[in-house]
Write a protein that binds this ligand. Structure first.
Ligand code: PAF
Length: 282
């Protein structure tokens, strides 16, 4: 695996690969890698692409200073995982390579409705930062495919919108399944910050999502939502939202609708840590 820290070198590397007829599969990350990230590398390799993973802890997408300061960093371990996964290129830029003129000079995008609901409403400026960094990374890597995890459902929609807004027809966005721990907890870098006691109840979020899925058609969503909020609260969470939305455009829905593609989404705090997860209703 080659580790490249500056834009000129990675662009040259990718240009050389493309001249040989290779196509890049890109996995953007903020580090603290886990099996969810590794599954994306594996998917890109299965698709026959050469894999480029970036690790860049993007300061502009954190609306909460503590979250940024406490975000887990484990570059040595990440490199080991990427080597074992057969990743070909690790792009590990400093802030000055991503935002040479400072973030204020770097283009941002307006995601409209998507930025006004759920994560957008609770984390002001978050998607602006995500759009800003992903646009910049895409311009640098110019991948054939971009791999994202479904765990960040709304982020996937925002990035899809970004690619459409920027008319990047050569980039295919592939959303891959959430990878879970044995108790259902969605893998996330932030899970590393959970205490043993918090970790022991963290699977409750997924259990609530599964119960929402199983009760569609037999109960009103408002009742199921209240049950989930009560269960989460009893386990020590502070729920932010338990929501139901159209899976295609995230229109929020007051109740289940037979025949409509739907997704259930939860965000909840356990201590200082905010966890999110979702399940597309089958
Ligand atoms: O999901 C993440 O890790 C980040 O939001 C991303 C897409 C790498 C942009 O910084």
């Amino acid at each position: 695996m080659v580790i490249i820290k500056n834009v000129t070198d990675i662009q040259q590397y990718i240009k050389n690969k493309k001249a040989l007829g290779c196509k890049a599969g890109f996995i953007p990350t903020m580090g603290a890698l886990h099996s969810g990230h590794i599954s994306l590398i594996e998917k890109a390799r299965q698709d026959g692409l050469f894999t480029v993973c970036s690790i860049f802890l993007n300061p502009t997408q954190f609306n909460n200073k503590t979250d940024f300061e406490k975000y887990p960093v484990s570059v040595e371990g990440d490199i080991e995982l990427l080597l074992n996964a057969g990743c070909e290129v690790l792009f590990l830029p400093p802030v000055s390579e991503i935002y040479p003129g400072g973030p204020e000079q770097t283009e941002t995008y307006d995601f409209g409705y998507l930025d006004t609901i759920l994560e957008g409403a609770r984390r002001p400026g978050h998607f602006k930062g995500v759009g800003q960094v992903v646009a910049r990374l895409l311009d640098i890597v110019l991948p054939h495919c971009l791999y994202l995890g479904q765990k960040d459902y709304q982020q996937c929609m925002v990035i899809n919108k970004l690619v459409t807004m920027r008319d990047m027809k050569d980039v295919t966005v592939k959303v891959c399944p959430t990878i879970r721990e044995a108790d259902g907890l969605a893998m996330s870098s932030r899970n590393r910050r959970l205490t043993e006691a918090q970790r022991s109840v963290a699977g409750t979020i997924y259990q609530c999502l599964v119960s929402i899925e199983s009760k569609q058609g037999s109960a009103r969503f408002a009742i199921v939502r209240k049950e989930c909020e009560d269960i989460l609260t009893a386990k020590g969470f502070v729920p932010e939202y338990v929501a139901l939305a159209d899976a295609r455009d995230l229109t929020l829905l007051p109740d289940f609708e037979a025949g409509r593609p739907m997704v259930a989404l939860i965000a909840a705090w356990i201590g200082e840590i905010r966890l999110i997860d979702n399940v597309v209703l089958g």
